[in-house]
Design a protein around this ligand. Structure first.
Ligand code: KMH
Ligand code: ZN
Length: 273
């Protein structure tokens, strides 16, 4: 079994300081949260950015500021900027961080309900995102919120419209309106990815750690963080992303799975060293 890659989704676009005061908005706060996650064992940081008042933005300038500031403090970390942004943003708006030539970026694999909203990812949009990532040599992390998203992205990959093998999937399970976070659903998805692919599991809300435990046992990788869950345990708010990463690392330790450092994670993900 490969070593375990822990990803921290430190910020997201939806969660607020009203829900948990440690949710980062400013660049300093984003760096603080990235560092806490890294120190606890995260090799990968999934980044969204906000204006100082918490408004989600996909501004290229704001992403540049955040990425530069994170790399200054933790130069070897792998950063996966979001191209999902927030519900309601246009494709052009969402694509801005790809202009910074990151080594990876998310690519969302289909339209779905997202709580009361609709997260729009039409097939033409995915083609445009895939084309940009092929041109800019960015490895996508394919985010699947629904079972059908997997088939959609595999068809686009077969046609060469999005980057192909080796593919990295992130199965985000438990969003209200999408596929539930069950071991059965995760196993179905994992059983239907191409040989040689890598995958990460993300459980939303109270499903974060139960799904992490399943993924760790199955040999997959794990994402935790404020984007997905604000609580360390029932009724106890996490004080930092680092606390959430540390809990996932403890579970891995108990299950006998070693944690990958960023160099090892780059190797597992077939990224340039
Ligand atoms: N904020 C969600 C609507 C991504 O980062 O690519 C979408 C999202 C996905 O977070
Ligand atoms: Zn995201």
């Amino acid at each position: 079994m490969d070593k375990l890659i822990l990803t921290a989704a430190i910020c997201g676009a939806e969660v607020t300081k009203e829900q948990n005061p440690a949710v980062p908005y400013t660049i300093d706060e984003i760096v603080r949260e990235a560092k806490s996650a890294y120190d606890a064992g995260a090799a990968v940081i999934h980044v969204h950015v906000r204006e100082d008042d918490g408004t989600p933005t996909q501004s290229k300038a704001r992403f540049k500021e955040a990425l530069d500031a994170i790399y200054k403090v933790i130069p070897d970390v792998i950063i996966i900027p979001s191209t999902g942004g927030a519900v309601g943003m246009t494709a052009e708006e969402r694509l801005q961080p790809t202009e910074l030539m990151p080594e990876m970026a998310t690519l969302d694999c289909g339209t779905c309900n997202f709580g009361d909203d609709v997260f729009e990812n039409t097939i033409p949009m995915m083609r445009a995102f895939g084309k940009r990532m092929i041109e800019n040599k960015i490895k996508p992390e394919y985010e699947c919120f629904e079972m059908g998203h997997l088939d959609t992205i595999l068809r686009l990959a077969q046609r060469g419209e999005v980057p192909g093998d080796p593919m990295q999937f992130n199965f985000v399970l438990g969003v209200f309106g999408c596929t539930p976070a069950t071991a059965d659903n995760l196993a179905w998805l994992v059983n239907n990815i191409p040989a040689g692919s890598t995958w990460t599991a993300t459980g939303i809300g109270r499903h974060e750690f139960p799904l992490a435990a399943v993924a760790i046992g199955m040999g997959g990788h794990v994402r935790v963080g404020f984007e997905d869950n604000l609580y360390l345990s029932k009724g106890v708010l996490a004080k930092s992303n680092g606390e959430l990463v540390a809990k996932a690392a403890r579970i891995a330790h108990e299950l006998g799975r070693e944690i990958a450092n960023p160099a090892e994670a780059r190797q597992i993900l077939s990224l340039a060293p």
